[in-house]
Design a protein around this ligand. Structure first.
Ligand SMILES: [Mg+2]
Length: 418
């Protein structure tokens, strides 16, 4: 083709003649016959060859608003979480007095070096990415075999993350697919001991952890569960692979369910919390999580804002229900993503995890364009996160086990179904 217009992932393109408008979810410019795939707001997927007429039919569209279940919201959710994690990375182990001494009375508001670079993500984003990879590979397996235990395939993916931490597993781990080849992921970023020990001890895929941990290492990684079927069950079961205390895994299920209610049913964050508690809040083991989520809903209703000392009264966020409640409160109180993420990292506690949870929520609600440009440009692994976010929509809709063309086998090579 002669034209120069080559859309990128998550661009919105419009065809004025037909009135069609698509979100780009996949591009293949390596093939001699380049192609893109786009999703229309009604969910239909289109495969468009970039022939000579493409430039005259399609044009970029920057004005289109975010649709309900727009794939760009998935990108916003994952990137928003990652920038929250990265902003909090430098102050994860600092109390509020130390943060103020280092960054001034308003606390940390810009990315600063952590782990040897500006914009470094931590174990939270690493595990969020491997969980997403496992979910995508599970859908490929389901298509190919007709049946799949999603949590088992996610477990396998988390064991690949364990390998990046140079910790041996007790079972054989397949080191295939594309994510594990990303060398920047092979880096230790203060991983949680519970995750390391539970994953290294598990003897088969899908085995729940035998421990009483309710650390936030489950809830911080489950955002992508919101974009697959049964997110409450998926979030709970995949968190339970490392965290055996009911609060540790049920808080994760509740978080995934809240995200889903915003994404699929277009509920406000407040309504999504109320609705999710109505559906799941009476489950045995949910008491601690329900109590703390209800208390931040009440604080928000009274107009009380999350200051560093008010957050400290809730807790440090090191445990699951606290991390979820702090992230929710900061997201509920914020006019925009930047404000919510800044609130969520500036306190004496687990700043990267609470920043990630607030960022997941606000990125989903406001989309990726709400993320400050300098945060985004400094963010580590931005392209990897963008690719995973695109594949969450593309792969489940486009993988066909009977497709023996290059496109079909390319998906299998990137996301083998085990
Ligand atoms: Mg961390």
């Amino acid at each position: 083709m002669n034209g120069t217009f080559r859309p990128e992932l998550f661009d919105r393109i419009t065809a004025p003649a037909s009135g069609d408008s698509l979100r780009v979810i996949h591009t293949d410019y390596t093939d001699p016959r380049p192609l893109i795939w786009g999703r229309r707001d009604d969910g239909r997927i289109f495969r468009i060859p970039l022939t000579d007429s493409f430039d005259t039919e399609w044009q970029p569209d920057d004005r289109h608003e975010l649709a309900v279940s727009d794939p760009a919201r998935i990108l916003g959710c994952l990137l928003g979480g990652a920038v929250g994690d990265a902003l909090g990375a430098a102050v994860e182990f600092s109390d509020w007095a130390t943060i103020q001494k280092q960054f001034g009375p308003a606390g940390i508001r810009q990315m600063v070096p952590a782990y040897g670079r500006v914009g470094a993500i931590t174990d939270d984003t690493q595990m969020m990415l491997f969980t997403a990879e496992g979910l995508i590979r599970a859908t490929v397996r389901g298509e190919a075999r007709g049946i799949c235990d999603m949590a088992s395939v996610v477990h396998h993916a988390l064991l690949r993350w364990l390998a990046t931490q140079h910790v041996p597993a007790s079972t054989k781990v397949g080191m295939d697919g594309w994510l594990i080849t990303e060398s920047e992921l092979w880096s230790r970023r203060a991983p949680g001991n519970t995750c390391l020990s539970a994953l290294s001890q598990s003897s088969r895929f899908g085995e729940f952890a035998v421990n009483a941990s309710k650390g936030c290492g489950g809830v911080m990684r489950v955002a992508a569960c919101a974009f697959f079927a049964n997110p409450f069950e998926l979030g709970s079961e995949t968190a339970r692979l490392s965290h055996g205390h009911p609060t540790g895994y049920l808080a994760a299920g509740l978080f995934a369910d809240i995200l889903k209610l915003i994404w699929r049913e277009d509920l406000s964050l407040h309504k999504a919390c109320v609705e999710s508690l109505a559906r799941h809040g009476d489950l045995p083991g949910m008491e601690e999580t329900r109590q703390l989520v209800e208390s931040v809903l009440e604080l928000h209703a009274q107009g009380i804002r999350p200051t560093p000392s008010a957050i400290e009264r809730l807790g440090g966020g090191w445990i699951a229900e606290e991390a979820l409640a702090i992230g929710l409160w900061c997201a509920l109180s914020a006019e925009n993503l930047e404000e919510g993420v800044v609130l969520a990292v500036n306190h004496s506690g687990d700043s990267d995890s609470t920043g990630l949870i607030a960022g997941n929520l606000l990125g989903l609600i406001h989309g990726p364009s709400a993320i400050p440009g300098d945060w985004l440009s400094q963010l580590e692994l931005r392209q990897v996160i963008t690719q995973i976010a695109a594949d969450i929509t593309f792969v489940p809709h486009c993988y066909d086990p009977d497709d023996s063309t290059d496109a079909g086998s390319a998906i299998w090579l990137r996301y083998p179904g085990w």
